[in-house]
Design a protein around this ligand. Structure first.
Ligand SMILES: Cc1ncc(COP(=O)(O)O)c(C=O)c1O
Length: 462
C-alpha cells in the first residue's frame, strides 16, 4: 500500500515529533538516534506507518479499537453530529445522543445499573467512581467511609485519585503523597500462587477473596468505601478470576456494606465476549467504570454505570453529586458510541469473540513449546504470555535481564516484525495481546508466527 508521505515529509514529521511531541510513558531518549514510529492510517485489524509498512494491531491500539480501523460509518456518525450540535455540556442540560446512549447502556448493563455518569476517559471514570462512593456514604450518614481496596500490580489510571487506587508502586512514587485511602490486596496470579494453594485454583480464589475480607477488617469496615477490581486483571499479564472468586467478593462486600466497583475500562464492550466483563463472570457490581471500547476509539468517551441504590440519595431535594468535567458525554463521542454499538450488533462481534476465543487460546498455547514461555493466560480476546528464564522452576528475569529483554529487544523486534502488542514488565515480564474483535484464525496465526520467531531469537540472546 502506498503512503501519502514522501521522503521530505517523513523527515519533517520526524524532526517535529522529536522537537515538540511528548509521548506518554515513553523514554524520549530512546528516539534520540531512532525514528519515532508514526502510524498514519488503519484498516480493519491493520495499521500502516509513514512508510506504508503494515502492522497487525494485536493490542487494538491500547485495548480500544474493538471494531477495527477505518469504519467510515462510525466516522460519518461523528461528522453528522458535529454539524448538528458539536458541543453542549451535561452540566444541567442533556442532548439527545447522551440520552440515547445512557438508555442503551442501561439496557445492556447487568441488573440495576441504570444510571450513566459520563466522563472522557478511564482515569476520570475511576476518579468519578471513588468520588461518588465517598459522597454517597456521606449523604447516607456514613462519612468515615473513604478507603478503597484494589489489587497489587493492578492499573486503574493515572490522575491522582485513580493513581492512589493503582497498585503499581513504580508509577506512583514520583507523585507521593497521593490522596489517602488506597489499600492493596493480593491479585489473582495463579501461576505465582502461594504454595499452600498452588495446586487448587478454587482454594486459591477463596484465599484471594478472603484477603479482601481481612483487609476490610484490618482497616476497619466503617472506613472502607469500595473495592475496585477488574473482571480480568490487565496489568501483570491477564489474570482471570479463579472460579468462585467474584461470588465470594460480592458476599464480603455485602457483609461489610462496601461497594463493589468493576473497573471495566478494558473488559467491557466485547473484550471478553460480553458487553460487560461482570456478565461473563456472573457477578453484580454496584458501579461499572468504562471507556476505551465504548467508542472503539473513534472519539474519546468514558463513564460509570451506577445502581439505582447509589443514585437514590441524589434523586431528591437539594442533593447533588458535586462532580463534572467539560467534555464528558461529548455529543460527537456519544453519536460515535451509538454507531459503534450498531456495528457490534450488525456484525455480532460478541458472537465472533465467543466462537473464536477457543482457537485464539489454542493458537497462542502452541507457543508453550518455547523454553521462554512460562504461562499463557486470559479469556476472550485478551491474553498475556509470561516469559521466564527457567520453565521448570518458573524463575523470572532479574531487573537487568528484563530491561535488556523487553526494552532492549522485544518491544522493537515485535514491532519491526509487524506486530503491535505490549511487552510489559510492571509485574513479571509478559507480552500482552488484545486484538480487535473482528479478528479470526488468520490473524491468530499471524500473531503466533511473529511471536514464535521473535521469542526464539530472544531466547538465543539471553
Ligand atoms: C482498568 C483500567 N482502568 C483505568 C484506566 C485508565 O484509562 P485512561 O487511560 O482512559 O485514563 C485503564 C487504562 O488502561 C485501565 O486499564
Amino acid at each position: 500500500m502506498s503512503t501519502p508521505y514522501g521522503p521530505d515529509e517523513i523527515a519533517a514529521l520526524q524532526e517535529k515529533a522529536k522537537r515538540h511531541l511528548w509521548l506518554h510513558f515513553t523514554r524520549m531518549s530512546s528516539y534520540a538516534d531512532a525514528d519515532v514510529p508514526v502510524i498514519v492510517r488503519g484498516e480493519g485489524a491493520y495499521v500502516y506507518d509513514q512508510h506504508g509498512k503494515r502492522y497487525l494491531d494485536g493490542l487494538a491500539g491500547l485495548f480500544v479499537s474493538q471494531i477495527g480501523h477505518g469504519r467510515t460509518e462510525v466516522a460519518e456518525a461523528g461528522a453528522r453530529q458535529a454539524s448538528q450540535l458539536a458541543y453542549f455540556p451535561l452540566w444541567s442540560y442533556a442532548h439527545p445522543q447522551a440520552v440515547a446512549l445512557a438508555d442503551r447502556l442501561a439496557g445492556l448493563a447487568p441488573g440495576d445499573l441504570n444510571r450513566v455518569f459520563f466522563t472522557t476517559s478511564g482515569s476520570e471514570a475511576v476518579e468519578a467512581a471513588w468520588k461518588l462512593a465517598k459522597q454517597y456514604f456521606r449523604t447516607i450518614g456514613e462519612p468515615s467511609r473513604y478507603k478503597v481496596l484494589s489489587r497489587s500490580i493492578a492499573y486503574h489510571g493515572t490522575s491522582m485519585g485513580a493513581l492512589a487506587i493503582t497498585g503499581l508502586p513504580g508509577i506512583k512514587e514520583p507523585f507521593e503523597p497521593l490522596p489517602p485511602g488506597g489499600v492493596r490486596v493480593p491479585n489473582t496470579n495463579f501461576y505465582r500462587a502461594p504454595e499452600f494453594v498452588a495446586n487448587d485454583i478454587t482454594a486459591f480464589g477463596a484465599w484471594a477473596a478472603g484477603e479482601i475480607e481481612q483487609a476490610i477488617l484490618r482497616e476497619g469496615p466503617e472506613s472502607v468505601a469500595a473495592v475496585f477490581l477488574e473482571p480480568l486483571q490487565n496489568s501483570g499479564g491477564c489474570f482471570p478470576p479463579p472460579p468462585g472468586y467474584f461470588a465470594l467478593v460480592r458476599e464480603i462486600c455485602d457483609r461489610y456494606g462496601v461497594l463493589l466497583v468493576s473497573d471495566e475500562v478494558i473488559c467491557a464492550f466485547g473484550r471478553l465476549g460480553h458487553y460487560f466483563g461482570s456478565d461473563r463472570y456472573g457477578y453484580q457490581p454496584d458501579i461499572i467504570t468504562f471507556a476505551k471500547g465504548v467508542t472503539s476509539g473513534y472519539s474519546p468517551l468514558g463513564g460509570m454505570l451506577v445502581s439505582d441504590r447509589l443514585m437514590e440519595p441524589f434523586a431528591g431535594g437539594t442533593a447533588t453529586f458535586l462532580h463534572g468535567v467539560t467534555f464528558a458525554g461529548h455529543p460527537v463521542s456519544c453519536a460515535v458510541a451509538m454507531a459503534n454499538l450498531d456495528v457490534f450488533e450488525k456484525e455480532d462481534l460478541l458472537g465472533n469473540v465467543r466462537a473464536n476465543e477457543g482457537t485464539f487460546r489454542s493458537t497462542l498455547e502452541k507457543l508453550s513449546d518455547l523454553p521462554i514461555v512460562g504461562d499463557v493466560r486470559g479469556d476472550g480476546y485478551f491474553y498475556g504470555i509470561e516469559l521466564v528464564k527457567d520453565k521448570a522452576t518458573r524463575l523470572t528475569f532479574d531487573d537487568d535481564e528484563s530491561e535488556r529483554l523487553l526494552r532492549g529487544f522485544l518491544s522493537h523486534a515485535l514491532f519491526d516484525a509487524g506486530l503491535v502488542c505490549r511487552a510489559d514488565d510492571r509485574g513479571d515480564p509478559v507480552i500482552q495481546l488484545s486484538p480487535p474483535l473482528i479478528c479470526t484464525q488468520q490473524h491468530f496465526d499471524e500473531m503466533e508466527q511473529i511471536l514464535r520467531a521473535v521469542l526464539t531469537e530472544a531466547w538465543a540472546r539471553i
